[in-house]
Ligand binder design. Structure first.
Ligand SMILES: Nc1ncnc2c1ncn2[C@@H]1O[C@H](COP(=O)(O)OP(=O)(O)OP(=O)(O)O)[C@@H](O)[C@H]1O
Length: 265
C-alpha cells in the first residue's frame, strides 16, 4: 500500500536522519519500526505522509496517483490517521470535540468553520465507543489520565475512517501497564477494521507482542526487516548496539560520512 524508493532525509544542519531507504508496506498488517532513540523511526514514519519532506526519493501510495499535487496529498492525509506520543489533543476541549477534529480533513476550509454534522457526531461517538470512552465524551481531556488521552487520540484517528494509521511512539509517555493496554487496543481496532498500522516503538517486548512485521532501524538504516516471530537476539543486538565494527556512537550519520551501509554490505 505504501512504497518508498530511495527515500532519505537530511535535516538542515546536515544531520542525516535517514539514509537511502527502500521499503514496501503491505495492507492490513501491523508493522513496527523498532530502534533506539535517534535511529530515524519518526523520520521514516513521517516521510510516509510527507509530514517530513524526504530529501531524496519517492513515496507512492496505493490508490493515489502521486503525492505531488496538493489534492492527492490531502486525499492521502485524510485516509491516514496519526497518533502521536503527546496526543496533540486540545486540553480544554471535551473528548468528543477532540475526536470530531478527525473529521476536519473531509471539509473545505470554509465548511470546516461551520458546526459538525449529525453524521460526524455519530462517527465521533462510535469512535469513542470503540476505545471504551463513550462515557467520557463530554469530559475535558485535561481531566483524563494519560492512557485515556491516548485512547482519545486513537478515537480521533478512527474518526477519520482511515485506511492507514501512523502511530509515532504512541505509548512512550505511558507507564508499562497502560502502554500495553493502549497497544492492545490500537492493534485490535486496526485489525477489526482492516486498517494498516505502522507504529514506531522502542520497547522490544511490545514490538514482539504486537507486530506482524518488524523493521529494525539503527543510525538511519534498516538493519532488520522480517516477521516479528523470526527476530533473533543477534538481530536485536544489531538494532540496539550496531554491527560489531560500529563506532558505537549514538549520533546519527552526518551527510558525507555515510559509510555504514558500505560497511554492512
Ligand atoms: N527537525 C529536525 N531537525 C534536525 N534534526 C532532527 C530533526 N528531527 C529529528 N532530527 C534528528 O534526526 C535523528 C533521527 O531522529 P528521529 O526523531 O527520526 O529518531 P527516532 O528513532 O524517532 O528517535 P526517538 O525515539 O528519540 O523519537 C536524530 O538525531 C534527531 O535529533
Amino acid at each position: 500500500m505504501i512504497e518508498l524508493t530511495d527515500v532519505s532525509k537530511t535535516y538542515q544542519g546536515g544531520v542525516q536522519a535517514l539514509g537511502t531507504t527502500d521499503l514496501s508496506i503491505e495492507s492490513g498488517k501491523v508493522t513496527v519500526l523498532l530502534g533506539p532513540s535517534g535511529a530515524g523511526k519518526s523520520t521514516l514514519l513521517r516521510c510516509m505522509n510527507l509530514l517530513v519532506t524526504p530529501s531524496t526519493g519517492t513515496v507512492r501510495v496505493e490508490g493515489v496517483p502521486a503525492l505531488e499535487s496538493r489534492k492527492d496529498l490531502r486525499h492521502h492525509r485524510r485516509r491516514t490517521g496519526m497518533v502521536f506520543q503527546h496526543h496533540q489533543l486540545i486540553p480544554r476541549y471535551t473528548a468528543l470535540r477532540n475526536v470530531l477534529l478527525g473529521r476536519v480533513g473531509y471539509y473545505s476550509f470554509w465548511r470546516s468553520l461551520l458546526p459538525f454534522s449529525r453524521s460526524d457526531e455519530r462517527i465521533a461517538l462510535e469512535s469513542l465507543d470503540r476505545v471504551g470512552l463513550l462515557d467520557k465524551a463530554l469530559t475535558r481531556v485535561d481531566n483524563l489520565s494519560g492512557g485515556m488521552q491516548q485512547r482519545v487520540g486513537i478515537a480521533r484517528a478512527l474518526a477519520q475512517q482511515p485506511d492507514l494509521i501512523l502511530a509515532d511512539e504512541p505509548v512512550a509517555s505511558l507507564d508499562p501497564a497502560s502502554a500495553r493496554r493502549v497497544m492492545d487496543l490500537l492493534r485490535r481496532v486496526c485489525q477489526e477494521s482492516g486498517i494498516t498500522l505502522i507504529a514506531s516503538l522502542h520497547q522490544v517486548d511490545l514490538a514482539l507482542e504486537h507486530a506482524d512485521r518488524i523493521v529494525g532501524l539503527a543510525r538511519g538504516r534498516i538493519v532488520y526487516d522480517g516477521p516479528a516471530a523470526g527476530i533473533t537476539d543477534a538481530d536485536l543486538r544489531l538494532i540496539y548496539e550496531g554491527a560489531p565494527d560500529d563506532s558505537r556512537s549514538d549520533a546519527p550519520v552526518r551527510a558525507g560520512q555515510d559509510t555504514l551501509a558500505a560497511e554492512r554490505s
